[in-house]
Ligand binder design. Structure first.
Ligand code: HEM
Ligand code: NAG
Ligand code: NAG
Ligand code: NAG
Ligand code: NAG
Ligand code: NAG
Ligand code: NAG
Ligand code: NAG
Ligand code: NAG
Ligand code: NAG
Length: 349
């Protein structure tokens, strides 16, 4: 009897494990992931974001876009942050360079975190937290970020060209998002992030001349943009303008209200009201800000799940701008085994 009840116990244990194992191998992200390993992680990210936004509120848009551009290329694995000495990484590519910003905020958060819990918090998670904090500080909403992402170590210039560009049609926009398991509605919802932040002249000026001929942009608005952007057409320029001309630092639903007034800045923004499938979403979010914010938060969480590395995949980068070298990723074994001279060679190579 004792034996058979022990056996029954083992069977129960095995059954419990059988349930637990598939869950573990699915390795889903979870909220509170660092509660035990680094309880201050999220607070430190928030501090770094809040202090950066205090001196430059525009960085909120930069940080939200960093997370988006990370997730859409090789999944949310912080590949967008990797620095390449020869300028061949994602961040060097035209869709990201020179427009992407906020890298130094992520570096500051990472440095603060490494001091109290070394080798624990991934750069991909820091990006997701920083985007959430930017949403919180500009939009007065909060959401829990499921975490446990791991960092990748591949970042390629060419990959960034799969990011949706400002000249895409409604159909192309929907396809690009569907390819990342996001619906047409979620594309419209996430485009609402354009309620904050800026854009460079070459992202809109020339395409908008075609819209002017089409009657799909307010002539007064285009005249204002023409005056703002340097007249030397074709010349590369660093001039920028706010995407939402009414409330550029507040995460609200004004973006959707501007579109029917022909005040959408990018061709891609304007496309949302030119397509019969998408236009009703724009109307609904223009009419109900609470509705948009609810859906925006949910869509941000979903976007943060794209092709994530979890468990033992990837690595926890020590420096968000650089993949770990064999010596930096070791647990100290290599440093203690190698003579000083050899260790120096590894570090220098
Ligand atoms: C639907 C497809 C999208 C297109 C075609 C698009 C395109 C663009 C372009 C061209 C800019 C201006 C870049 C520049 O010249 O400085 C921009 C900025 C921005 N985008 Fe998007 N975007 C899209 C979706 C998204 C999504 C999904 C998010 C985030 C959830 C997002 C967040 C932002 C933010 C916050 C900025 C301002 C960045 C800053 O101020 O530094 N965009 N986007
Ligand atoms: C650029 O540098 C990376 C290492 O950082 C190297 O793998 C790659 O081959 C280099 N590419 C070119 C074109 O030099
Ligand atoms: C913003 O985030 C903080 C926590 O970081 C939270 O206490 C606060 O309630 C959030 N704001 C709103 C309006 O949800
Ligand atoms: C579609 O997604 C896959 C990976 O999720 C990516 O490799 C591919 O480049 C994407 N295609 C486009 C057109 O974005
Ligand atoms: C509107 O967008 C949908 C994708 O959501 C696409 O299937 C449809 O062809 C588009 N309509 C037009 C007129 O372009
Ligand atoms: C968008 O179209 C305009 C006008 O045709 C062109 O000048 C510009 O280079 C295009 N931009 C991108 C990112 O393709
Ligand atoms: C102009 O209108 C035509 C016909 O509706 C459309 O195919 C084209 O995409 C439009 N171009 C711009 C820049 O709005
Ligand atoms: C706006 O959306 C919220 C959230 O879905 C909903 O509770 C509310 O009833 C809506 N308000 C109106 C006026 O429809
Ligand atoms: C790439 O990441 C793996 C972990 O997935 C790590 O073991 C390896 O050292 C990294 N490769 C390089 C070149 O840094
Ligand atoms: C992180 O890596 C980048 C790129 O290699 C380098 O420029 C920077 O100095 C590194 N930061 C630290 C704190 O080591």
């Amino acid at each position: 009897m004792a034996n058979s009840s022990r056996l029954a116990g083992l069977v129960l244990l095995a059954a419990a494990l059988a349930f637990a194992l598939p869950a573990a191998s699915r390795a889903q992200l979870q909220t509170g992931f660092y509660d035990a390993s680094c309880p201050n992680a999220e607070a430190l990210v928030r501090q770094a974001v809040a202090s950066a936004l205090a001196s430059n509120p525009g960085l909120a848009g930069g940080l939200i876009r960093l997370h988006f551009h990370d997730c859409f290329v090789r999944g949310c694995d912080a590949s967008v942050l990797i620095f390449s000495p020869n300028g061949t990484a994602e961040r060097d590519s035209p869709p990201n360079n020179p427009s992407l910003r906020g890298f130094e905020v992520i570096d500051a958060a990472k440095a603060a975190i490494e001091q109290i819990c070394p080798r624990t918090v991934s750069c991909a998670d820091i990006l997701a937290f920083a985007a959430r904090d930017s949403v919180n500080l500009t939009g007065n909403v909060f959401y829990q970020v499921p975490a446990g992402r791991r960092d990748g170590n591949v970042s390629l210039f060419a990959d960034a060209f799969t990011l949706p560009g400002p000249n895409l049609t409604a159909t192309e926009l929907v396809e690009g998002f569907r390819n990342r398991s996001l619906t047409a509605e979620e594309m419209v919802i996430l485009s609402g992030a354009h309620t904050i932040g800026r854009s460079h002249c070459d992202s809109f000026l020339f395409k908008n001349r075609e819209r002017l001929a089409n009657g799909t942009i307010s002539p007064a608005y285009q005249a204002l943009l023409e005056a703002l952007c340097p007249p030397t057409t074709g010349q590369f320029t660093l001039v920028t303008t706010e995407i939402d001309l009414s409330t550029p630092t507040v995460l609200d639903n004004n973006y959707y209200k501007l579109l029917p007034l022909n005040l959408g800045l990018h061709f891609s923004d304007d496309q949302l009201i030119r397509n019969a499938t998408l236009a009703p979403f724009v109307d609904a979010f223009a009419a109900n800000e609470t509705l948009w914010k609810e859906r925006f938060v949910a869509a941000m969480i979903k976007m943060g799940n794209i092709d994530v590395l979890t468990g033992t995949q990837g690595e926890i980068r020590l420096n968000c701008s650089a993949v770990n070298t064999p010596s930096s990723s070791s647990d100290g074994m290599i440093e203690t085994i190698l003579p000083d001279a050899a260790a120096g060679e590894v570090a220098a190579s």
